[in-house]
Each structure stands twice: as C-alpha cells, then as structure tokens.
Design a protein around this ligand. Structure first.
Ligand SMILES: *Cc1c(COP(=O)(O)O)cnc(C)c1O
Length: 364
C-alpha cells in the first residue's frame, strides 16, 4: 500500500537520502555479487577495504581536504569526542589549558566532559542571551598558551551557527560540526581538528568522523585508551578493532549521493535556498517568530515559536498528520525546530511553509 509522503524534520538520527536507502535495500542481501551481505563481511576483507578507502577518497574529492589532514572513523558518536579531544590534545601545552566557547547545550556538555582531562576555561557564553546568538570572540580572549580552542560550529538546539571562524593564532581550532559537516564550503586550513557524529547530516548513528591535522596526532599520553587514541586510529586506518562497517558503507553511499547533487557548492546553495524560504516566512509573520538572531541563523536547524505558545502542541500534532514529522523543539527548550539537513528536498521545505501559512490563517 502506498503511504502518504512524509518529510522527516527530526534533528537526529535524521533523514537519509531516499536513493541511498534504496541502494542499501537493493544490495543488502548480496553485496555486489559476493553472495553475502555487507553486514556480514569482515572489516578486514578487501571489499570493506575498498569501502573505507573510497569513503575517504570521496570526502577528499568533495571537500578539497588538504593532504596533511587525516580522516578517522571512531566509535561513540560525537559525544565520545568530547572526551577524546582533551585526552589527545591537552598535553600539547604544559598548561593543559583548553578554551571553550559555550554557544549552546552541546558546547556546554563538551566543556563538562573535558573537565577531568584538561584545564577547561570557558571564554565566552551565550547563556545570558538564551543562546540566541554567537557572542563575539575577540583575539585577546584567546590565550596563546592554550592547548586548543573548542567551538560548536552549528548549535543544533538553538539554530545558531558561526558564519565565520576565528583566527586563533597558533592555538589549534577544534570544531564540533556534527549538525553541519558537508553542508557548506569550509577552509580546512583554519582548523586543527573537526569532528562530527554521523547521524545528523551524514548517515547512521553511533560513529564520528574526525578530521585532524597530522601534526596534532602525537600528543596522547599513555593513559589514553587505545580506542580513543588518534595516532593509533590513524595508523590502523580506523580498524584497530571491529568498526561499524555498516555506518561506513552508508556514509560512502551518502558521499556518492552528494557528488551526484553537484558537490558542496551546489548543496550549500540549495541549503541556503531552503532556509531562506522558512526565514522569510518567519520574518513576515506576526503569528510566528524566529528564535535565533538573524545574524547567526543556521541553515540546518530552523527554530521558531508561535506568538501564542499554547498553540505549539497543536501545530506539531497537525503537522505530523499532514506528513511533516518530528517538528517539536528539543525537550529542554520547547518551541518548534525544523531540521533541514542536506537530504531534505526543497519540496519538503515548501510543504512545511505551505502548512505554516495555512495553520496561521486558520488559527490566527
Ligand atoms: C547531536 C549532537 C551531538 C551529540 O551527538 P551524539 O552522536 O549523540 O554523541 C554533539 N554535538 C552536536 C553539535 C550535536 O548536534
């Protein structure tokens, strides 16, 4: 039976491109003539070797990643990196000082998780402004004797993002890009390390991609668990133990899909176009208002409230009946959040905009 077209606005695990899931479905029982499933093959066989190598190759091709950066696939999603980053980098400077920019809940958690392993210093906080904007980071706030500076490039709950990234001098810039990696053009040489949980913009949950400049690989102490050690992960090509082979297979397909979409510049344009439809509607309405400061708006997570907040539950319920799934804001902040990652088609955003206009007409 044909079901109603549903668009998934969930923040994560989030929607994957339909073409990618169809390809997974087609190949699932027989991976390219092997007679066995990709779920059943060894992480050390040559077919999987081809998968993990081509995923890295495609990422490099799509992003123009410079040769002196390594790509790692690590267990434990994004949050494991909140600990892995200080475990691997704090010893870069004998101060063990780590600078954190608190621009949202994941940024705050990252600082908390790092505290046992580094001298964490929170150098800016958006808390007083309800995290609706990214406070200004001035050069003199960046202690040059710090081991690294951590920021969250896109704040998934609040719908804000860093439009441009700070020049940190000699301090390596570490960015949690979980909810936006591959959604916009980046200049990788600005960063020492980027990590992203796969389940927002890229693929299945439970793993992270880590992009690290080679000179930062060698600062882990002997106490660092082997599976969290960047150098070991790099030298083992992310295969120290059994990796999540399925997730890496899926991200390879997602990268092929992205290439078919025209690559990063094309997807960035489309993401801006999609977000603009919703922000234009919010800006022209008395019924809705956007949460994020217009100067720091995310193209991935569009957050808004209804002027009459008592209507928000009805909004979410009726949207779901209309095939617009998972629009409730994060449980800690409420309101509405439309996550419109790379795979969300323009038609999904148009369907949401149409629903919003109609809901406002009926209830306004
Ligand atoms: C979702 C999210 C995380 C947490 O991801 P997990 O894989 O669940 O650990 C961390 N940072 C950001 C920016 C996120 O959006």
């Amino acid at each position: 039976m044909m079901t109603q077209q549903v668009y998934n606005f969930g923040a994560g695990p989030a929607m994957l491109p339909t073409e990618v899931m169809q390809q997974i479905q087609q190949e699932l029982l027989d991976y390219r003539g092997m007679g066995v499933s990709v779920l059943e093959i060894s992480h050390r066989c040559k077919e999987f070797g081809e998968i993990i190598d081509s995923a890295q190759q495609l990422f490099r091709e799509l992003t123009g990643l410079p040769a002196n950066y390594r790509i790692l696939f690590m267990h434990g999603g994004a949050r494991m990196q909140f600990a892995a980053v200080p475990l691997n980098l704090a010893a870069r400077n004998k101060t063990r000082k780590a600078l954190y920019c608190e621009t949202g809940n994941f940024a705050k958690l990252a600082a908390q998780d790092a505290a046992p392993f580094a001298n964490v210093k929170t150098i800016l906080s958006g808390a007083e402004l309800g995290y609706t904007q990214i406070p200004q980071l001035r050069p003199e706030m960046i202690d040059q004797d710090a081991a690294y500076l951590h920021l969250t490039s896109n704040n998934t709950l609040y719908g804000t993002r860093w439009n441009a990234f700070p020049d940190c001098g000699t301090v390596p810039l570490v960015a949690d890009m979980t909810s936006e990696l591959l959604s916009r053009r980046l200049y990788f040489s600005q960063f020492g390390l980027i990590f992203a949980g796969l389940q927002k913009n890229l693929g299945p949950a439970g793993m992270a991609m880590v992009i690290i400049r080679e000179d930062l690989l060698d600062f882990a102490t002997e106490q660092v668990p082997i599976l969290l050690n960047y150098k070991r992960c790099a030298s083992d090509n992310s295969l120290t133990n059994t990796t999540n082979t399925f997730a890496i297979y899926a991200i390879r397909l997602a990268l092929e899909w992205l290439k078919r979409q025209g690559g990063i510049d094309a997807i960035e344009n489309r993401n801006e176009q999609k977000a603009a439809i919703l922000y234009r509607l919010l800006d022209g309405s008395d019924f809705y208002h956007g949460v994020a400061d217009p100067a720091h708006r995310s193209t991935m997570n569009v957050t808004f409230r209804l002027a009459d907040t008592s209507l928000e539950q009805r909004f979410v319920d009726e949207a779901e009946k209309a095939g617009l799934y998972a629009l409730a804001g994060h449980r800690s902040v409420g309101g509405i959040r439309a996550s419109i990652y790379n795979p969300m088609p323009l038609e999904g955003v148009e369907a949401l905009a149409q629903f919003m206009t109609e809901f406002a007409r009926v209830n306004g």
